[in-house]
Write a protein that binds this ligand. Structure first.
Ligand code: MN
Ligand code: MN
Length: 470
């Protein structure tokens, strides 16, 4: 211990021995406020351009090509400094910057997901009831249904035709576009509904999107409003009702990403989970020159429903891409994996003073305290968590401290209060050392989530430090 004559013995001991947490605004280095604002401006654009995983992939490709990345082709010769990307069916994307070292020495991976909770249309969605037209939905991900009524909605996605043609749909975010909404009871008639538990007040089958009310003119047949809507859709997209069967259309909140607070210190938006970490990983990767270790950015789909499916983190698409890169250096993927590191970048719950009783304050993530590391996630005694090793956490402490990253260590809520998972477990299953880290979010999975700008920026800095680590 260093002696400091101006301090009492107690003060010296506290300074030397105690772990003290400090607000990130008291720990910023000169010039960082400006860098943080500039970074967050780019992030807000990314949010507004990417309301679905497909749109996020499109945006990521545009950004990557702008930064000199090429589409990866199997068998491509790769040398240090080469930058490539590979889209998995337009719904997930993997990007790589080839390092100086052989991939046999392992790679640095930043993994996040770009799907967010939303309302997907059912295969036969359109119907008319009492001269109003609606679309039936099946919600995607863990959302609180009562939050999704009486808000403005947009419709995004694709309609795939039998001919093979794929029609893009995006209604609501263009200038002068109409919006959609789901109606709810007025309080005057909501007395019975109000007595239900939150989880039952709005049943899943009542999440029907209002899409029209004007009947077809000069007609005496049935479903005149529905026919009129179909006629509009046919005129605009060339589709008929049966084409909904091979469509992926999602209703998403029509909110723009906006600064929150008089001090503009936060960002409110739909889809921070997990585009806030996806953008951080992407932006950090795009800035790399020639790293020591090959750097990989993985933006996965389907995390919100368990990382399943061909575009989720459990898919072999990731292993195929890695095997292809490894093959270009004559390296076996298993040799690469066992020496690799992955930061599984996903949001965590920010401590909310309005709901303090579900958090354990000493081990919660706080807004403005920086990127939040989680040794483990899971629920009910860490079930389904990856649980990184102490050695790995120590490694990340070192990497982040060396790069002046403001970070904190946290769990998601009180023990036995709930829990959650990320893609970390599926990276760890591949024999890749993985640690969870991400931005603390208020109102997670709601149509309008809130994050601190400082934490967004520190997650970017953390990703950059991880990619540059050797
Ligand atoms: Mn997430
Ligand atoms: Mn989530």
């Amino acid at each position: 211990m260093e002696e400091n004559k101006n301090l009492t013995r107690g003060e010296q001991l506290r300074k030397a021995l105690c772990y003290t947490k400090k607000n990130g605004y008291d720990r910023l280095i000169p010039g960082e406020l400006e860098a943080m604002e500039a970074y967050c401006a780019g992030y807000k654009q990314f949010l507004d351009a990417g309301k679905t995983e497909r749109e996020c992939v499109d945006r990521a490709i545009a950004m990557a090509e702008n930064a000199g990345f090429r589409r990866y082709e199997r068998g491509m010769e790769l040398k240090a400094g080469d930058k490539v990307y590979c889209s998995n069916r337009g719904k997930a994307i993997m990007l790589a910057v080839i390092g100086r070292q052989s991939m046999a020495e392992g790679v640095n991976i930043g993994a996040a997901h770009i799907d967010s909770p939303r309302l997907d249309l059912k295969p036969t969605p359109l119907y008319e009831e009492d001269e109003m037209a609606f679309l039936k939905t099946h919600y995607y991900g863990g959302l609180r249904k009562y939050q999704w009524v009486t808000i403005p909605l947009e419709l995004h996605g694709v309609v795939a035709l039998k001919s093979g043609e794929v029609i893009r749909v995006s209604v609501g975010n263009g200038e002068g576009d109409p919006l959609f909404t789901i109606d709810d009871l007025l309080p005057h008639l909501g007395m019975k509904q109000s007595k239900n538990p939150l989880s039952e007040a709005i049943p899943g089958e009542s999440l029907n999107i209002l899409v029209g009310s004007r009947p077809l003119a000069d007609d005496e047949g049935s479903d005149r409003v529905k026919i009129a809507v179909l006629e509009l859709l046919n005129r605009k997209y060339g589709i008929v009702e049966e084409d909904f069967i091979s469509a992926e259309l999602s209703a998403v909140p029509a909110f723009r990403a906006s600064d929150i607070g008089f001090d503009r210190s936060m960002i409110g938006s739909y889809g921070h989970d997990d585009r806030v970490c996806g953008y951080a990983a992407l932006a950090a990767l795009l800035q790399l020159q020639v790293p020591e270790r090959t750097a990989i950015c993985m933006l996965a789909d389907k995390e919100e429903i368990g990382s399943e499916g061909v575009s989720g983190m459990k898919s072999a698409a990731f292993d195929t891409f890695m095997a292809d890169l490894c093959a270009s250096q004559g390296v076996l993927p298993r040799v690469c994996y066992e020496k690799s590191f992955c930061l599984s970048a996903d949001v965590t719950a920010a401590f909310d003073p309005n709901f303090a009783d579900v958090y354990e304050k000493r081990n919660s993530a706080f807004v403005n305290y920086g990127v939040s590391l989680s040794k483990y996630t899971g629920a009910r005694g860490k079930s389904e968590a990856s649980d990184a090793s102490a050695e790995l956490v120590a490694y990340v402490r070192r990497v982040l401290d060396q790069a002046n990253v403001v970070w904190q260590m946290a769990e998601l809520g009180k023990v036995d209060e709930g829990g959650g998972g990320t893609v970390a477990a599926y990276m760890a299953q591949r024999n890749i050392d993985t640690l969870d880290a991400g931005v603390p979010v208020l109102s997670m999975h709601s149509p309008f989530e809130t994050v601190g700008k400082l934490d967004c920026y520190m997650t970017f800095k953390a990703m950059k430090a991880v990619f540059e680590a050797c």
